[in-house]
Design a binder for this molecule. Structure first.
Ligand code: SAH
Length: 233
């Protein structure tokens, strides 16, 4: 049976998803909780990783290696960089990079370490499904580059550097690490984010105000994608 992982970083990002899968089974594993359910003949595993690259790496790996998921969908919020992205807008990652991975002292480009690559590309079929879903809903969903790092960005200068090195459209703290895991383990993945702030000096206020509503926007879209995957499997 197809087994889909649905992941967020914070409880608010998965709560709207989890309520659709009642009753679910809760399993404690590796200092986290995983919620398992079946939905129209598909197995679902939902979890929030906690914030940042390390926790999201652990959760993505666990969902694949321990729970045996064969697709991974991430739902959450992000800081917008591209001025076309307003609060509540959705962005689908085409490729992701770790903006805080820096061994430039040795002549390497930002975001690169030997054996890795600056960008990891998201699965094209899942992006295609997101386009179909967007069309069905009459919704605009932008595609773009997401930069990930272990910091909440609230500074124009940091933002400008992320644009300079990665030409990123949005930034957050988990996407690229999930991408690296899924890429290494050959699991198709999809990263969706709704904008909660614009990573400038007001970012923490904006985040507090819009995180929950943006998390719901992203979660609802992910649920439509799950429905689409279930219907066409
Ligand atoms: N308010 C939270 C911390 C949120 S950290 C607390 O006190 O516990 C920000 C989270 O939202 C991360 O999971 C990240 O992926 C995403 N995010 C949204 N806006 C961001 C920004 N401007 N910079 C980095 N991550 C951002």
């Amino acid at each position: 049976m197809l087994k889909i992982a649905i992941m967020g970083a914070m409880p608010e990002e998965i709560a709207p998803i989890l309520e659709k899968f009642r009753p679910y089974k809760t399993t404690k594993y590796a200092d986290n909780e995983y919620y398992e359910a079946t939905y129209n003949g598909v197995e679902i595993v939902v979890a929030y990783s906690k914030i940042g690259k390390v926790f999201s790496t652990l959760t993505a790996t666990t969902m694949i290696q321990h729970f045996g998921c064969d697709k991974l969908l991430f739902s959450g919020v992000a800081g917008g960089i591209n001025p076309n992205l307003k609060i509540g807008d959705l962005i689908v990652a085409t490729k992701l990079s770790q903006h805080d991975l820096d061994i430039t002292a040795f002549g390497h480009p930002m975001g690169f370490v030997p054996g890795g690559s600056i960008f990891v590309e998201a699965n094209k079929e899942l992006i295609e499904i997101s386009k179909e879903v967007a069309k069905e809903l009459g919704k605009t969903v932008q595609e773009g580059i997401i930069a990930t790092g272990d910091q909440f960005v609230h500074d124009e200068k940091v933002k400008d550097n992320i644009v300079k090195y990665f030409n990123a459209d949005a930034l957050e703290m988990e996407g690229a690490s999930v991408a690296v895991v899924c890429n290494a383990l050959n699991v198709p993945f999809f990263i969706l984010r709704a904008i909660s702030d614009t990573a400038d000096t007001d970012a923490s206020f904006s985040f507090d105000k819009f995180m929950e509503s943006s998390a719901i926007i992203s979660a609802e879209f992910i649920m439509k994608m799950v429905q689409h995957i279930v219907d066409t499997k």
